[in-house]
Design a binder for this molecule. Sequence first.
Ligand code: UDX
Length: 447
Amino acid sequence: MALKITVIGTGYLGATHAAAMAELGFEVLGLDVVPEKIEMLQRGEVPMYEPGLEELLRKHVAGIEGSSGRLRFTMDFAEVAAFGDVHFVCVNTPQKHGEYACDMSYVDSAFAQLAPHLTRPALVVGKSTVPVGSADRLARELAANAPAGAEAELAWNPEFLREGFAVKDTLHPDRIVVGVRSAHAEKLLREVYAGPIGEGSPFVVTDFPTSELVKTAANSFLATKISFINAMAEVCEAAGGDVVKLAEALGYDDRIGKKFLRAGIGFGGGCLPKDIRAFMARAGELGADQALTFLREIDSINMRRRGQMVEMAREALGGGSFLGKRVAVLGATFKPDSDDVRDSPALNVAGQIHLQGGQVTVYDPKGMENAARLFPTLAYAESAVEAVRGADVVLHLTEWREFRELDAQALGEVASNRLILDGRNALDPEIWRAAGWTYRAMGRPGA
Ligand code: UDX
């Protein structure tokens, strides 16, 4: 009989995983503790902007016309325990307030609520990004609290999806990593991923700590690549080089690769910043903090870029105060194709200039609602043209395709000053200069 799957937590990770499991043909029950989220999902609506996810959900959510009916949602842990053979825990692990460490309270609460209902054999699979050592602790707690005892087993299966590509990354992962303690757990996970998801994806079987570490190591490496190129951008700014050309030339070396070498205002979002901090905190607890001191530097290079963007804007405006200056900000989300503004470098730069007296007007294709909730004192415009109207300087801070396709000529007619600063090195300088703009970009003083 086919396995029945449950997914606990329906954020980016859980909602996408649940829909993907239904797409593979499994009966799936998703759980969340937030009633509004469950109501939306039951209507086939996605609580965030994620390309392709709503279509995939609507294809499977029970009660939607023409759907497979294989995907249902609940708020009841007892129902989840009774239904599932394999339970995926996909709740978030944010940064603790005022600390580097990661907040495990959602994971702990999910396990505490599920375990007492596990009366029959089940595999609980952690997908959340957790400090190394968590799986070992959770396995012990699970065995102690589940009536099924040792028949309620744990496995760890980190997820590497990127926001904006969540559906593609889930259906076609680069690799599947599973941390297991028994052949039975491995067999069940091989069964789950036997369909098209597993085809062509290497299946890496390992122990608990290694599986937890793969995720934090991968994100640390990616953060390091970005901060490395941003450090080179700083040197280019001092020495008169061009970081875009430098990155291109570096990238032709296969060992380095061309991806994740886009210099600019740095990384943000709900993952990279908090994951490297939680990794440092955990290494400290383990007595291995020296091994990760470089991550502190990666973090500070990254955070420094935001302030440097503010200074670049100040200098471009003549070097004095921002008082009385009108600043148009294009982009609010931490990256394009997402409405996520968590730890967004773009909003941070906008906020700093606003606090220093600048009149900032922000426009973002999808992130306006979330941005306005987080920074209600900033002004928001309905379009790029409206944001730029009357501006003394335009800052391009999130590289949406819409901004690459802007009509530089038409914008020039509404701006009070044709001055654009590219914080993402994503616009074509030729196009803007041809339309009479002064174009400057981070890490390219001479370009
Ligand atoms: C990241 C990892 O890529 C993913 O594998 C993991 O599962 C979750 O964390 P995500 O946070 O969605 O995914 O975004 P990502 O595409 O990695 O970008 C992170 C940040 O880095 C963004 O702010 C982006 O603008 C920035 N970035 C990325 C750069 O500044 N330069 C680059 O070259 C690439």
